[in-house]
Write a protein that binds this ligand. Structure first.
Ligand code: F6P
Length: 372
């Protein structure tokens, strides 16, 4: 029998439900294929520690992990190629990562992450590190795969809030705005808007016009003050706005001026801006809520459990088959799903956003052909 392979696994970037099932899938299938799995803590940060801690993972350790949200290995947005040193200089510390991989005698690393974390994996692969990627992000914006872990649970979480926001909005006659994550991609906003039956959905891929939003509201709500029995005209509207959405004549709105190690600004605030404009320029009252990190929270949905287990198991097979520099990719979503491996270098450096021509009605600001 061939020698056992020592495999590290890490989770990087924003946490997402589905990561723990993926680790369980990796460990379970890996145990059949002669892989010894070691958990690395807090994403790439683990491999910058002078003495990295590892957590040996076996079937007993991960038996219950399929039910857990987040990541039991911890996560961080660490970019070893761009590390801010104490003197304020930015340094490339990737050499330390290579040394630690050798020190820990890891034959391969399974990297669960989005475009940034997998981008690091792709660059390390060019330097000879044997990596296999597992796609994860609630934004669903990774190229090369139909599914990324976390999306379905986030969709569930956001849809539930949309649903719950209808009662106060309906009772008080508000325009309720719900700001949803997704960075530069509108997948989460658009599909949760459909699932939760929001009335207007604004996405980053198509800059909106305030006048058009006001017009759509008027179309639905009519003139306030006219007799509107609860069973006649609707008294409220729900707008889902992606954090990366912007008006035609406006900028993307950020929380502050900070940037993470991959150069991303923290988006947020468009919901409040929109609420103020509606309150100031239309006769309607408006409220905004920014959903923030709880969108990524909670136990994984059934789809994220299934996809996670399948992705993890396929990653174990890729390692056992010496298929490195690849990411596990899904065509379709379970149960109608086929897995394959794609080149990890083809995934980094670009994101997959909503195909506006195919899906987005640029007049009604909603999913096309739904009659909304
Ligand atoms: O990429 C996942 C995501 O949740 C984005 O939707 C969001 O813009 C970003 O992470 C938030 O970043 P952080 O978790 O660092 O606040």
């Amino acid at each position: 029998m061939s020698k056992t392979m020592r495999v590290g696994v890490l989770t990087g970037g924003g946490d997402a439900p589905g990561l723990n099932p993926a680790i369980k899938g990796l460990v379970y299938r890996g145990s059949e294929l002669g892989l010894e799995i070691f958990g690395l803590f807090d994403g790439w940060r683990s491999l910058l520690n002078p003495l990295p801690d590892v957590l040996p993972l076996n079937r007993e350790t991960v038996r219950r992990w399929d039910r857990d949200g987040g990541t039991n290995l911890g996560s961080s947005r660490t970019n070893p190629f761009k590390q801010l040193a104490e003197d304020g200089e930015v340094r490339d510390r990737s050499e330390e990562v290579l040394k630690n991989i050798a020190r820990l005698k890891l034959d391969a690393i399974v990297v669960c992450g989005g475009e940034d974390t997998l981008g690091v994996a792709a660059r390390l692969a060019q330097r000879g590190v044997r990596v296999v990627g597992v796609p994860k992000t609630i934004d669903k914006d990774l190229a090369g795969t139909d599914y990324t872990l976390g999306f379905d649970t986030a969709l569930r979480n956001v849809s539930e809030v949309i649903e719950r926001s209808r009662t106060p909005a309906g009772s008080h006659g508000w325009v309720q705005i719900i700001e949803v994550m997704g960075r530069h991609a509108g997948h989460l906003a658009l599909w949760s808007g459909v699932a939760g039956q929001a009335h207007i959905v604004l996405i980053p891929e198509h800059p909106f016009r305030y006048e058009r939003v006001f017009h759509l509201l008027k179309d639905r709500l009519g003139e306030p003050g006219l007799s509107r029995g609860p069973l006649q005209r609707p008294r409220y509207a729900v707008i889902v706005v992606a954090e990366g959405a912007r008006a035609e004549d406006g900028e993307m709105i950020t929380i502050d001026n900070s940037h993470d190690a991959f150069g991303h600004a923290r988006l947020g605030g468009i919901g409040d801006v929109l609420a103020r404009r509606i309150a100031g320029e239309t006769p309607y009252e408006s409220r905004a809520v920014t959903l923030g990190h709880p969108q990524r929270g909670g136990a994984p949905s059934a789809i994220d459990r299934i996809m996670g287990l399948m992705f993890g198991a396929r990653a174990a097979e890729a390692v056992a088959e010496n298929e490195f520099g690849k990411m596990v990719s899904a065509r379709g979503i379970a149960p109608a799903c086929e897995l394959s491996l794609v080149d990890i270098s083809a995934v980094s450096g670009r994101i997959k956003t909503v195909d506006v021509n195919r899906y987005y009605d640029v007049e009604r600001y909603h999913l096309k052909e739904l009659g909304m």
